[in-house]
Design a protein around this ligand. Structure first.
Ligand code: SF4
Length: 149
């Protein structure tokens, strides 16, 4: 059976920064008959739940991978290394399970695909990917934002 990497919070795991999950029928439909490989990069990197919200400052996940941008939380703490570690662990999990596609939570600084928060903590978005989404894409895994996520 084909496997698909899925943001753990989309399967109802309460791993979001606010201690909540976000399962939905849209996510279940997008997974279809594939085997979901549930994964949270931020928890895998050892960040606590709940935790301070974080955003990418100075670019998107690709810029973080290239050392041009950082991930900081809303107290100004730099959490870039944890986000990079989580992205690497997500890639390992996807490869181990043979996933060619990932279904990830929209707008997250880790999992976002196409649009992410802009680093101002004002709810504004910018074009770009989260750190995990960027790393997966760079390694040939197709990342799709969860419908309704
Ligand atoms: Fe974890 Fe990604 Fe969900 Fe954030 S969006 S809680 S990093 S799975």
């Amino acid at each position: 059976m084909e496997s698909v990497l899925v943001s753990a919070c989309l399967q109802g795991v309460p791993c979001r920064f606010d201690g909540r999950g976000k399962a939905s029928s849209e996510t279940a439909a997008a997974i279809g008959d594939r085997r979901p490989v549930s994964f949270c990069p931020e928890v895998a990197a050892g960040l606590s739940t709940p935790r301070r919200p974080a955003e990418i400052v100075g670019g998107d996940g690709h810029d973080v991978l290239d050392g041009r941008a950082r991930v900081v939380d809303d107290t100004g703490r730099d959490v870039t290394e944890a986000f990079l570690e989580g992205a690497g662990r997500a890639l390992e999990a996807a490869r181990r399970a043979g996933c060619t596609e990932a279904l990830l939570m929209a707008r997250s600084p880790s999992c976002g695909r196409g649009r992410v928060y802009d680093g101002t903590f004002t709810g504004e978005l910018r074009d770009g990917d989260g750190v995990t989404a960027a790393l997966l894409e760079r390694h040939g895994i197709t990342v799709r934002p969860a419908p309704g996520g």
